[in-house]
Design a protein around this ligand. Structure first.
Ligand SMILES: [Zn+2]
Length: 394
């Protein structure tokens, strides 16, 4: 049973009655669909749903959320200069859609926005979407309780990592006060750094939200057709919609030049040889991260990552010499010709070494194509630090 109105198991039915009972002493009215949303979010634990429901109501009253749409959207002008985003029609189920060019967001400018106002901007959007759900429910004559998002991540670089803390805050707010409002999150046109960013983002998304994410590379964009009628999807996402003033506001000009694909360097590794790429991680500003991307022509190649903390750098202050630590053990690669990506954020200054080992192969040399990128999370610059590393074929 789905746990939606008209599709309840006897246990779910009982939880709903229990929740109504808990609320019976309060002077509030909530329809069953709303109560079921809170119950679904709390796995039909009536007491937990009751707590979340009352906390949400208190939060709404204290922040006058019911009247937030009477005012203009906060940061309207500022956000236009930072990212192209907007509400756009609905999916096949009638769920209102929000589209954002997340990959071409000016992260440095975003981080300069007052955080309480950024949160208010997000809440305003949520309330607008709920208003649209009501309108669409009338239009389609059936209850529509959730929304969908399309996040176009084309152009995203590791710099996006700096914004993850802001995203984390809004994800927490949504989980607390907008239970079961997210229907699907389409993350499309994912760039090569995406697996790395996703690894970090997944940590703060609850399993239910994670399960709602559909990740599509640009070659898979046509799959959006399973969820949207062509006339409701902008052309750039494979639909046929051409709204009069553009489906979305334009992408800020200064964000258009961001390059998508890394320049790969080709490297041949002789039989019984090892190729290493060393990055000196001595950031004064802290929080360096190293991301790599490579393809290999053979599964004989083993890959690993080691890190050697600098003496007196906060790792082991009494030692003058610290041994390498394998942060990723040397292991055979599982697939050749598919891209392998990874990420490491050193805990202290030191030397990070990427190792491609062909020593198992006694006769043949092997080729890899790779790209390594270093970024500073606290840097004011939104450019990645160009890195040449120290290469060694031995
Ligand atoms: Zn349109």
């Amino acid at each position: 049973m789905s746990g939606y109105l008209g599709d309840l198991s006897s246990v779910q039915e009982k939880s709903l009655e229990e929740l109504k009972e808990l609320l019976s002493t309060e002077i509030i009215t909530a329809d069953e669909a709303t109560l079921l949303r809170f119950l679904r979010a709390r796995s039909f634990d009536a007491k937990a749903a009751y707590n979340q429901y009352t906390q949400t109501r208190e939060w709404r009253i204290n922040n006058d959320i019911d009247h937030i749409l009477d005012q203009d959207r906060p940061l309207e002008k500022e956000v236009k200069k930072i990212v192209s985003c907007g509400f756009h029609k609905h999916d096949k189920f009638g769920r209102p859609c929000y589209i954002e060019h997340t990959g071409r967001m000016d992260i440095a400018a975003l981080l300069k926005l007052p955080s309480d106002q950024f949160i208010a901007w997000h809440i305003w959007n949520n309330e607008k979407q709920i208003q649209r759900m009501t309108q669409l429910s009338k239009k389609f004559d059936r209850p529509i309780e959730s929304m969908v998002h399309i996040h176009d991540t084309a152009g995203a670089t590791m710099v996006l990592r700096k914004a993850l803390n802001s995203f984390k805050r809004v994800a927490k707010l949504d989980q607390d006060y907008y239970p079961e409002r997210m229907g699907k999150i389409f993350i499309v046109n994912t760039p090569w750094v995406f697996p790395v960013l996703w690894k970090i983002a997944k940590i703060f998304l609850d399993p239910k939200t994670r399960a709602k994410c559909v990740v599509l590379k640009s070659s898979e964009l046509h799959k959006l057709g399973d969820y949207f009628n062509p006339e409701d999807l902008p052309e750039e996402f494979g639909g046929t919609c051409r709204c009069d003033n553009g489906c979305l506001p334009p992408i800020p000009k200064h964000m258009l030049e961001v390059k998508d694909n890394p320049q790969l360097t080709e490297q041949s590794i002789g039989a019984k040889k090892t190729f290493t790429y060393t990055v000196d991680c001595d950031s004064k500003k802290g929080d360096l991260s190293i991301a790599w991307y490579f393809k290999a022509t053979s599964k004989d190649i083993q890959f690993g990552v080691k890190f050697k903390p600098k003496p007196h750098s906060g790792w082991k202050d009494d030692a003058n010499e610290i041994d390498d630590i394998w942060v990723e053990d040397l292991e055979p690669i599982l697939e050749c010709e598919t891209s392998i990506t990874g990420f490491y954020a050193p805990p202290c200054p030191g030397i990070c070494t990427l190792v491609w080992d062909n020593s198992n192969c006694k006769w043949l040399s092997r080729t890899i194509k790779y790209h390594v990128m270093v970024s500073e999370a606290d840097s004011d610059s939104d450019e990645e630090i160009p890195t040449n590393g120290n290469k060694e074929n031995s």
